[in-house]
Design a protein around this ligand. Structure first.
Ligand code: 16G
Length: 174
């Protein structure tokens, strides 16, 4: 059982994040994805966002290992409900190296999903705000995302701005 990335960078992001995480007296943990999260229903949660396909434990573990081997690229954070041993929120930050912007890097925010049973706890905002703080710490010059029409206002409320005349393509420049 290993974390996808060094938890200390998430701890640093937590200090910068402007939103307070109510952990329900220790019931909820905000942490990097772990290789054992297959058993905690990570894919079931992702299936609330889109098709996941029929992925078995080994394929999940191989994909996790491939992500982890690309150090400094994949940052997936989750909220675990420790009472139910389930993942109830998840979001990804993926970094891409560039020659432009002084050999900088950009980030992409992907696969933001909150369990439909856990709405109203602000877990979505907490995950996204921590990914924004993480991108800042990791020195991204910008982060971007694509989202449904119905989520444009929600992402605007966290500082994302539509660009190129496409309201569903949104970014934050640091
Ligand atoms: C949304 C997600 C994107 C995800 C896609 C899946 C965010 C900000 N956007 O656009 O990351 O990959 O849905 O839909 O979470 P698809 O199966 O049609 O690609």
């Amino acid at each position: 059982d290993q974390p996808l990335f060094d938890p200390s960078s998430l701890a640093a992001a937590r200090q910068r994040s402007t939103i307070d995480f109510d952990d329900g007296d220790g019931k909820y943990h905000l942490r990097p994805l772990r290789s054992t999260d297959f058993a905690r229903g990570h894919l079931d949660l992702l299936s609330q966002l889109t098709v996941t396909g029929d992925v078995d434990r080994k394929t999940y573990a191989d994909t996790f290992a491939a992500m982890k081997a690309n150090a400094g690229t994949y940052y997936i954070i989750v909220v675990e409900d420790t009472h139910r041993d389930r993942i109830v929120a998840s979001g990804s930050l993926v970094l891409e190296k560039k020659f432009i912007h002084s050999c900088g890097q950009r980030g992409r925010i992907e696969d933001i999903v909150v369990d439909s049973d856990c709405r109203g706890k602000r877990f979505g905002k907490i995950v996204v705000q921590h990914l924004i703080a993480l991108a800042c710490i990791l020195k991204c010059y910008k982060i971007s995302l694509e989202c449904k029409d119905s989520n444009v206002n929600w992402y605007s409320s966290m500082g994302f701005v539509s660009e190129h005349g496409n309201s569903n393509y949104m970014q934050i420049r640091f």
